[in-house]
Design a protein around this ligand. Structure first.
Ligand code: HEM
Length: 490
């Protein structure tokens, strides 16, 4: 925390000078103006060479880290995939922002726009989303962003009425199956079970629809979403094994939606038939067409919610189950002390679990589920890192790699270490710099910004899961893909 004291106040134009998503003040920075280091290399050759480094020779982490060290700057020019030969329309040139100060410019909607840059200059075909551009691809100035964002916020509010009971009921089914697999096979490879839990829990809370009522999705829903997600994101997803085959066959073309259209159609009809109330809410209260409502619901359910939690929860469970420092005993004690004689869990109860919440935040800091965030300069402006200012030109694409920004040693002490208590007590001030949701954890998602609509629900749900775990068990053992043993609560 001491390190934080030497932070951006010295750079008044940094967005970190403000604690919310509001625009930074426009005073000139005192920091020296530096030409952005790095180059895009020769035409075609530069982008291919960077693409191979990113996907094959280095992997994303070393790709960004080694260039940051080489240029002695967290802001530099580089190419990111996908690129030549078959992505001719995609411009791979970006300016990286890899420290907390420069990364926060991605949230300043006066300076940057977010039109079609969810996964970079490449955008999966809109055929994956019913030929409509769903909320996450819209800039805040586009007229449809406000009703769609407000619809997302409203379905969360509506879902909060059943959130905790659905989470606990579906989690019990998950743990029952984990236990029976452990007694049968000695361990449980829990990812498919977790995804079934997520599909049922999220369908019921966000869409008001029960998958058990629809044979079209009851068993195949998670697989359909995995295929739909995988195929549209394939050109951007690092797969370090099986090279060069992956480069040739998986990273060189965009795959057609037709390959997964059957599963998508079943999800559409599931929501149309069983989520009528939520669909009508979109039409009547937010002026959306029926098909826009349903395509956005599929995206929120499948991409934002199921996709995000499918990456985040295994990491969280792995950190807890694999801990050898006594963390589990401390979590268990806190959960049981706060719950006391209460019959069930609630959002209010878990808000009082400081250590549980801190472990959730620290997991998100070191392992942000959405690693890359992009934004395009709306106009010319000056961007500051901790030590320099840089001139950004209108139209240039900023690329933030969160795992590095969240290891910013000027903000987080021992940035590479998992410190379970980091966000306890005075450590809560650091929530201003926790950016997993495309905004600080102290900010609020609104129609005027692009912060994750479920910023609060994601962290509270994770805390509820940890709390439920220690109501049911004294401890669990395993890693991010397998639970090997559970010790039942006495
Ligand atoms: C662990 C789970 C989740 C993670 C990691 C996550 C992460 C994110 C991130 C990083 C963004 C911003 C993307 C960008 O513009 O660059 C985002 C946007 C969004 N998220 Fe989440 N999210 C999660 C769960 C959810 C859930 C449960 C919902 C349900 C409503 C949701 C709804 C949205 C929406 C609607 C947006 C678009 C916001 C806008 O366009 O203004 N997310 N999410």
């Amino acid at each position: 925390m001491a390190a934080m004291m030497s932070m951006p106040p010295s750079s008044p134009s940094s967005p970190l000078a403000s604690q919310s998503l509001s625009a930074p003040s426009r005073q000139a920075s005192n920091l020296p103006v530096r030409t952005i280091p790095g180059s895009y290399g020769l035409p075609l050759v530069g982008s291919i060479s960077d693409r191979l480094d990113y996907f094959w020779f280095q992997g994303p982490d070393s790709f960004f880290r080694s260039r940051m060290e080489k240029h002695k700057s967290s802001v530099f020019r580089a190419n990111v995939p996908p690129s030549f030969p078959f992505f001719m329309g995609v411009n791979p040139k970006v300016i990286t922002v890899l420290d907390c100060s420069s990364f926060a410019y991605l949230f300043d909607m006066e300076l940057v726009e977010k039109k079609d840059v969810l996964v970079g200059d490449f955008m999966p075909s809109t055929s994956y989303t019913g030929n409509t551009r769903v909320c996450a691809y819209l800039d805040t100035l586009e007229p449809k962003h406000a009703p769609l964002k407000n619809f997302a916020l409203e379905i969360l509010k509506r879902g909060s009425r059943v959130w905790v009971e659905e989470l606990e009921a579906n989690l019990d089914k998950f743990f029952d199956t984990v236990e029976s697999e452990i007694s049968k096979d000695g361990s449980s490879s829990f990812i498919p079970l977790l995804q079934t839990f997520l599909f049922y829990f999220l369908s019921k809370t966000l869409v008001g629809a029960d998958p058990a009522l629809d044979p079209g999705v009851a068993n195949s829903g998670p697989l359909s979403i995995n295929l739909w997600l995988g195929l549209q994101l394939l050109p951007t997803v690092p797969l370090l094994a099986f090279q060069p085959l992956v480069e040739i066959f998986l990273h060189s073309y965009a795959y057609p939606f037709a390959l997964v259209s059957g599963g998508y159609r079943k999800l559409y009809s599931f929501i149309e038939q069983h989520g009528k109330e939520v669909v009508q809410l979109g039409e009547k209260e937010f002026g959306l067409s029926k098909s826009d409502t349903i395509h956005n619901l599929i995206f929120i359910l499948g991409f934002n919610a199921y996709g995000g939690f499918s990456i985040f929860l295994p990491t969280l469970l792995g950190i807890i189950a694999g801990d050898k420092t006594g963390l589990q005993a401390r979590l268990r004690d806190e959960v049981r002390k706060v719950c006391g004689s209460s019959a069930g869990l609630s959002f209010d109860l878990v808000k009082d679990m400081e250590l549980v919440n801190s472990v959730v935040y620290e997991t998100l800091r070191l392992n942000p589920p959405v690693q890359l965030q992009y934004a395009r300069a709306r106009k010319d402006f000056q961007l500051t890192s901790h030590d320099s200012s840089f001139d950004i030109k209108k139209g240039e694409l900023l690329c933030g790699y969160q795992p590095l920004a969240m290891r910013d040693g000027k903000v987080f002490e021992e940035p590479e270490s998992f410190k379970a208590d980091r966000f306890v007590g005075k450590g809560k001030e650091l929530l201003n710099y926790l950016f997993w949701s495309n905004g600080p954890q102290t900010g609020s998602p609104t129609e005027s910004n692009k912060q994750c609509a479920a910023k609060e629900y994601v962290t509270l749900s994770a805390s509820l899961i940890v709390a439920h775990l220690y109501q049911r068990y004294d401890s669990i053992s395993g890693d991010a893909s397998k639970i090997t043993a559970v010790e039942k609560a006495n």
